[in-house]
Design a protein around this ligand. Structure first.
Ligand code: GDP
Ligand code: IMO
Ligand code: MG
Length: 420
């Protein structure tokens, strides 16, 4: 069977830590979409590691980690990351597998991402500039190159053909940065990639499932960044929701059992786009400071706001979430009062649906306030020991979403998690 862990907001919910926590209960951990736009933070023996391409199960010695076909792969980032994990004693040659169908991010994809963002001016998406959008465009446009193509003798000629096509588009943007250094890195890194275990991911994973092995699918980004259901066009270019697990790994929907949805106790977003509960005041600043809300991939300050239950309920519906995991609860430790948004007021009318085009309308969040717990909870190990005010807040979430909040993360370390 396959369980899924994915983000329910705009990314950075703490998926990396949670996958690392759950990994011991699984045999195989697989990324199914996204690419190095992701930054998943975990602590390994007290040291911080941020993973962009490698699944977050890599630090568990006997676990298989698979980069699925739905992922877009940057060989340069992957090589660096393999070197990082090797520094922590990980034998990536043994435990890391790459699907031959995963699409390659080329240096020109990164250039195109940058050129496209520059051309948008104030309307820019706030992309991580890792080449994600252009690579997925070449996938759906049926031009892209895949990991398996690296092993074919025609690779270089295919590369040159696509590179020339990209160059014409770059010229139309008047983009003339020299990318030859990126290309040198790229060619060095694909040699490294060719030395990894490149597999037919769909047979590989289905064979494991038929042998009774347990699979954990690790989402990147969050549901509100999904290309279909997120705050389009301020989204990423893949399906981040649970449906993406099937297409991104080649498994049937009946194989999926638990869908663990991860949410912060508040809300953040990095990059542009609508964010109804965003706080532009000292409270937003306080959350950013206390939560250390700066991007794991780009270092940009994250926009902060209160938890948005309208969007969360929408995300739970889309994903079929079976259990909720709430993270960064400790960040709210010092607050006198906290708020949750339980409706949107649009044109004076309260509603609880996420509109198709949030950025063209004024959305006024309707809030319910809760007393803060004003207590350091980072050392708490049991649900019973949690402050009463916090239980009131969690009960409200349970009742509103009608899905149990089963795990409460109260610090960045692997062991800082309370089971309800
Ligand atoms: P991801 O992209 O969903 O894996 O999340 P990121 O790694 O980008 O961002 C989450 C940040 O919060 C990281 O710095 C984590 O170390 C940290 N973190 C995760 N869970 C908790 C928690 O419960 N409390 C605190 N204080 N930090 C956490
Ligand atoms: P993880 O997996 C937060 C955001 C970018 C931008 C938009 C499009 O760490 O949660 P892209 O580079 O995909 O073209 O950017 O999506 N974004 C993320 N925000 N966490 C992420 O990943 C993100 N990946 C992309 O900031 O707004
Ligand atoms: Mg992140």
């Amino acid at each position: 069977m396959v369980d899924v862990i994915l983000g329910l907001q705009w990314g950075d919910e703490g998926k990396g830590k949670i996958v690392d926590y759950f990994a011991p209960g699984y045999d195989l951990i697989a990324r199914f979409q996204g690419g190095p736009n992701a930054g998943h933070t975990l602590y390994v023996e007290g040291k911080k590691v941020v993973l962009h391409q490698i699944p977050s199960g890599i630090f568990h010695e006997d676990k298989i980690n698979l980069i699925g076909n739905g992922v877009v792969l940057d060989a340069v980032t992957l090589k660096k990351e393999c070197e990082t994990v090797a520094g922590h004693g990980v034998d990536f040659k043994k435990n890391l597998f790459v699907s031959e169908r995963a699409h390659l991010i080329l240096p020109t994809h990164r250039a195109l991402d940058k050129a496209s963002e520059l051309s948008k001016g104030n309307d820019k998406i706030g992309s991580t500039l890792k080449g994600i959008g252009p690579t997925y465009m070449d996938k759906t446009g049926r031009n892209g190159l895949r990991v398996g193509d690296l092993l074919d003798k025609s690779f270089l000629s295919q590369y040159i053909k696509l590179r020339m096509k990209h160059q014409r588009i770059l010229d139309s943007y008047n983009f003339n940065e020299d990318i030859s250094a990126w290309e040198d890195d790229f060619f060095e890194s694909i040699e490294f990639l060719k030395g990894l275990k490149i597999v037919n991911g769909e047979y590989f994973i289905n064979d494991k499932i038929s042998q009774g092995k347990k699979v954990l699918a690790e989402g990147a980004q969050g549901s509100m960044l999904d290309v279909d259901f997120g705050t389009f066009p301020f989204v990423t270019s893949s399906n981040t929701i649970s449906a993406g697990v099937c297409t991104g790994l080649g498994i049937a929907p009946q194989k999926i059992k638990e869908v663990y949805g991860v949410t912060k106790a508040y809300c953040t977003r990095v990059g542009s786009g609508p964010f109804p509960t965003e706080l532009h005041d000292e409270m937003g600043e306080l959350i950013r400071k206390t939560g250390n809300e700066f991007g794991s991939t780009t270092g940009r300050p994250r926009r902060c706001g209160w938890i948005d239950l309208v969007s969360l309920q929408f995300a739970c519906m889309l994903n079929g979430v079976t259990k909720i995991i709430i993270t960064k609860t400790d960040v709210l430790d010092g607050l006198d009062e906290l708020k949750v948004c339980n409706a949107f007021k649009i044109n004076g009318v309260e509603q609880n649906m996420v509109p198709m085009q949030m950025n063209r309308m004024a959305i006024e969040p309707v809030y319910k306030s809760f007393d803060g717990w004003k207590q350091d909870i980072t050392g708490i190990k049991t649900y019973d020991a949690l402050p009463a005010q916090m239980k009131t807040y969690l009960d409200y979430l349970n009742n509103f979403l009608k899905i149990p909040v089963k795990y409460i993360s109260n610090g960045p370390n692997r062991e800082q998690i309370v089971v309800a």
